[in-house]
Design a protein around this ligand. Sequence first.
Ligand code: HGY
Ligand code: MN
Ligand code: MN
Length: 414
Amino acid sequence: MNPPLQVDTARTGQELETLASFSDAPAPAVTRVLFTEQDVAARAYLKGLMAQAGLTIRQDAVGNLFGRWPGTDPDIPAVATGSHTDAIPHSGRFDGTVGVLGGLEAIRALQRAGVRLRRSIELIMFTAEEPTRFGLGCLGSRLLSGSLDPARAATLCDSEGRSLEQVRTQAGLDEALSTVPLPTGHYDAFVELHIEQGPILEREGIDIGVVTAIAAPATIRISLRGAGGHAGATLMPGRRDAFLAAAEVGLAVERAALKSNSPDAVATTGICRIHPAAVNSIPSQAQLEIDVRDTKLDVRDAIVDAIRAATDQICARRNIEFTVEILNADPPATCAASIISAIDETCQDAQLSSRRMVSRAYHDSLFMARITPTAMIFIPCRRGVSHRPDEYASPDAIQRGILALAGTLARLAS
Ligand code: HGY
Ligand code: MN
Ligand code: MN
């Protein structure tokens, strides 16, 4: 691109720091959960930045936030970019936010360069990419892409029993959720900038990851019920301890992924709740939430089946009742060749080294790919660490990511 775009890395760095301050965890950790006070404050901050950039702002019924930079032909489908700003408990400040604030700076850099594009560019901050509050990841992009029934979404409840319907209307969103879905063709393309959340780019010293596919995530909830009882007066033989059954299931989860022999297979028991959680009471109930992924759908589904079979055996042997709920079991996404080429060409022009790769993390792109040609741009993060307070992307890496994004958006919207 002539003249080369100027990215204001310092400004974006400052904005990332300010955004990180909207948190329910002490720095350097970040916790920002859907429609909490901190999330609402972060949304207001982002709206202010979008307004300063002269973007036309709208928010939909589930809180997806849109900032549009009109093109010379404002009525044809726009090119979109964006990501999320919610953060799981005690995590980092770059996951998602680099794609939102980096997308904003990409637009500002194009504006500063006096570039005029035929297609509008729309920046999207998706609601609740993380599953923290309602147990379902990508809530905003699922609804936006028509991948989640609005009636089911409205009934999703958080751990305090509050429904999405209650929580969103308290946040001032009272339009019907059925107004959220956008049709295929509403956008001409979607490109998401994101930290890699893995070690490859840093290890190979490569500037940009060009994502070709996004892994298929599934979430399972297993609820177990035993007998409970007094920790002192109930002798060991014949106990029906729900936690010990859950513990065996957790080990079976790990075994199922390892035995799949697939390098991309991962399975994690991230949540374990026990009841009544009293030191002198045998757990009568336990509940596990399990995250299973692979880039290959059949492998992922085989792992889910193996976990279900193991649970059956463990609970039969321990005389424990159980239920298995599949909260989500999504297919993988394939990124669009046309967008991948635009990213490749941009990297060549800007002399950025790049390589093709898959995304083992899921992203809003997983669902945007269902309604528009989609691809992702990765930047390296230190030691591949993410979902931890020490998650870090350097200003140089962020600057290169924004350059790659801005050039790609300009190519796609010309
Ligand atoms: O879990 C994920 O892959 C994403 O960070 N929500
Ligand atoms: Mn994340
Ligand atoms: Mn993310």
